[in-house]
Design a protein around this ligand. Structure first.
Ligand SMILES: [Fe+2]
Length: 289
């Protein structure tokens, strides 16, 4: 008897084939919606510079960014992030913008809860932050400033601070959000600091093409979410304005040179999915050469 497909076996194969496809689609949805967005990684990078004073060799900066609380991540997730950051015993903690996805939807009790969560973060040389576009959006400029301030973070809005260690100094600057703020790069480095090791916090990574001309050695950015969903052989699915060229990872540009690190960030926006683009906390170790 031949291997002729009967009507019944055809229907059976077709049914299982369809169910298999639905199952695979649902599995993909479940993974990208319920698993990967919460599957935190610690991304470690080192940056070498001849301008870094020896005293700062092995200085450890922990960067968190783009939590977009209220869209997919919750305050419970933020507690987990804070625990992981503290486990790293950072010398310095920086937050590079987009705390809530839409500040206009957030009530005072959530702000109060977040203040007590952020207050648990500890770094030897303090905690600093800058505005992202979602912080200025949704009338967030003032309330977010209050939350971060009470949570123990110093705002760098077109401003800088000196970080001192055993008689040596590096400079940490922050520029206002490029898309919705008023960025002023030209007022960030005093003339006598043009040859020290200078760090810039800047929400949008692609602004590095301007920053490279301003005596900075290191730029820490977020904003791009690493594309959030990465499709093999296709690329990034979500890339916002000024987060389309330097979408993730470490790049070196300009003559000084400027080292740029773009974090994939922690939260999501627009679509509650991550795929092949796990959320990350960034640990950056500085090395003197
Ligand atoms: Fe963001």
């Amino acid at each position: 008897m031949g291997n002729k497909m009967t009507r019944r076996s055809f229907l059976k194969n077709a049914t299982f084939g369809t169910l298999g496809s639905i199952g695979a689609a649902y599995g993909g949805y479940y993974y990208a919606h319920d698993i990967e967005p919460y599957w935190l990684t610690i991304k470690r990078d080192s940056v070498e510079s001849e301008r870094l004073p020896d005293e700062f060799n092995n200085f450890k900066i922990v960067q968190i960014t783009d939590t977009h609380l209220g869209f997919q991540l919750t305050l419970e997730d933020m507690k987990k992030i804070v625990r992981k950051v503290n486990q790293e015993s950072p010398d310095l903690i920086v937050f590079t913008g987009d705390l809530f996805d839409n500040p206009s939807h957030i009530g005072q009790s959530s702000y109060n809860d977040l203040i007590s969560i952020l207050s648990n973060l500890k770094a030897k040389h303090g905690q600093y932050w800058i505005y992202g576009n979602h912080d200025h959006g949704g009338y967030g400029t003032d309330p977010i400033k209050e939350v971060m301030n009470q949570g123990g973070f110093s705002l760098l809005q077109n401003d800088y601070d000196n970080i001192n260690l055993n008689g040596s100094q590096i400079l940490l600057a922050g520029v206002d959000d490029v898309l919705l703020g008023d960025p002023r790069l030209n007022q960030l480095i005093p003339d006598d600091k043009s040859d020290t090791f200078n760090i810039l916090l800047c929400h949008e990574p692609d602004y590095a093409d301007e920053v490279k001309d301003y005596n900075f050695d290191l730029q820490l950015s977020g904003h791009s979410h690493g594309g959030q969903v990465q499709i093999p052989f296709y690329g990034y699915i979500i890339t916002p304005l000024l987060g389309q060229k330097y979408v993730e990872g470490k790049t070196t540009i300009g003559e000084r040179p400027l080292h740029l690190l773009t974090s994939r960030g922690l939260g999501t926006t627009r679509l509650p999915f991550r795929f092949l683009c796990r959320p990350e906390i960034n640990v950056i170790t500085l090395n003197a050469t």
